[in-house]
Design a protein around this ligand. Structure first.
Ligand SMILES: *Cc1c(COP(=O)(O)O)cnc(C)c1O
Length: 367
């Protein structure tokens, strides 16, 4: 079976570098908010250009929550986002005290539709959280052109889009703040949970450094109420290894995507324009008989994933937000039709061909 995602080749390839990184931390004996955290934060900030600040936190969900809190979101504020995202985007908005409001997607890209975002703005809207879904940059120029004049904060959810670019500029540097996840399967993944916030605002960065450490500024001085959302030096030492290899891994993901697109063209999502640096966290097809296709592929030994089988507004847990079935038709249709093909570092050309054979042999009209 060709697995949808396999981290073992990645671990094998870098085992010596990772062992050395972990050994360095063990030998030093400083495990939380130590020198590896500081080094990773400055390397991750520099990766995004000058004038950026990065703050490591415990996971990507915390990163979104703390970014919203640092930006001044308070109870009852409305925050607009896409319904076709990982549920944590919405968990974080609620944890920050805000009310999630969904705006539909653009079916060609599966990202937030700027016109739908504009239509969802009310008197109580304070922020928008665009998600760079599947590693494809959301339409930030259009989103900013709506958000700025309306006085709305923009918090980018970059959990799937490390190093993605628009006109050569990294995602995460367009909005007021950005949140990243380092969950093991992300494009930049640790061997445990991890996350980070990126901002060019030094005061917000300082505030997040306090919020992640129980609101502590100087030792035992608490000017505000925070949480425990620290990241440990072992994870940071591992991430420093993978950050060095991120550009090469992005190139590999793009090569895999190109090979899929060459054979499966019309089933693929719209090809990004030359100004967009898509980083292919996922390579996604759309097919009206998605579930039949998935079973067919599985019978032929090809794994796959679905991102996501239900848009967040149709999850039972979020029924009380008041978005009925049919209210966000493009996201609902996408959730019925999207299928993610195997994509991980080390996926062989032979496996890519086998996946393409499995997809293209699916009988048209079959159920
Ligand atoms: C993974 C992910 C998150 C959450 O990150 P965690 O580190 O798992 O908390 C948030 N948003 C999106 C779009 C994600 O893919």
């Amino acid at each position: 079976m060709i697995p949808f995602n396999d981290l073992k080749p990645l671990v094998g390839k870098y085992r010596a570098e990772i062992d050395a990184a972990i050994a360095r931390v063990l030998d030093r004996g400083w495990f939380i908010l130590g020198p590896e955290v500081e080094a990773f934060e400055s390397e991750f900030a520099a990766f995004h250009g000058t004038g950026q600040h990065a703050i490591a936190v415990a996971n990507g969900t915390d990163a979104i929550e703390l970014a919203l809190r640092a930006a001044g979101i308070v109870r009852g504020d409305e925050v607009i986002t896409t319904p076709l995202t990982a549920v944590p985007t919405v968990c974080a908005i609620e944890r920050a005290g805000a009310i999630p409001v969904f705006a539909d997607i653009d079916p060609a890209t599966c990202n937030l539709n700027p016109d739908a975002f504009r239509d969802a703005i009310t008197q109580r809207t304070r922020a928008v959280v665009p998600v760079h879904l599947y590693g494809r940059p959301a339409d930030m120029p259009a989103i900013l052109a709506i958000a700025r004049p309306a006085g709305l904060l923009v918090i980018e959810d970059c959990a799937q889009a490390h190093g993605a670019t628009i006109g050569g500029k990294c995602v995460g540097t367009f909005g007021n703040l950005a949140a990243f996840s380092f969950y093991p399967t992300k494009n930049l993944g640790a061997f445990g949970d991890g996350g980070a916030i990126l901002t060019s605002d030094a005061a917000m960065a300082a505030k997040i450094r306090r919020l992640r450490n129980y609101g502590q500024g100087k030792q035992y001085q608490h000017l505000e109420r925070g949480v425990n959302s620290r990241l440990d030096d072992i994870q940071m030492a591992i991430l420093r290894v993978f950050l060095r290899h991120l550009p090469a891994h992005t190139e590999e993901r793009r090569r895999i995507a190109k090979a899929y697109r060459a054979r499966l063209g019309s089933l693929c999502l719209q090809e990004p324009g030359s100004d967009l640096g898509h980083v292919y966290h996922l390579f996604v097809l759309r097919h009206p008989q998605r579930d039949g296709m998935r079973q067919w592929m599985s019978d032929k030994g090809a794994g796959s994933g679905i991102h996501y089988p239900l848009p967040v507004h149709l999850q039972p847990a979020y029924a009380d937000l008041g978005f009925a079935a049919g209210s966000l038709p493009f996201a609902e249709a996408a959730a019925r039709e999207v299928l993610s093909l195997p994509l991980s570092i080390g996926l062989s050309p032979v496996d890519i061909e086998s996946v393409c054979d499995a997809v293209s042999s699916f009988p048209q009209g079959a159920r």
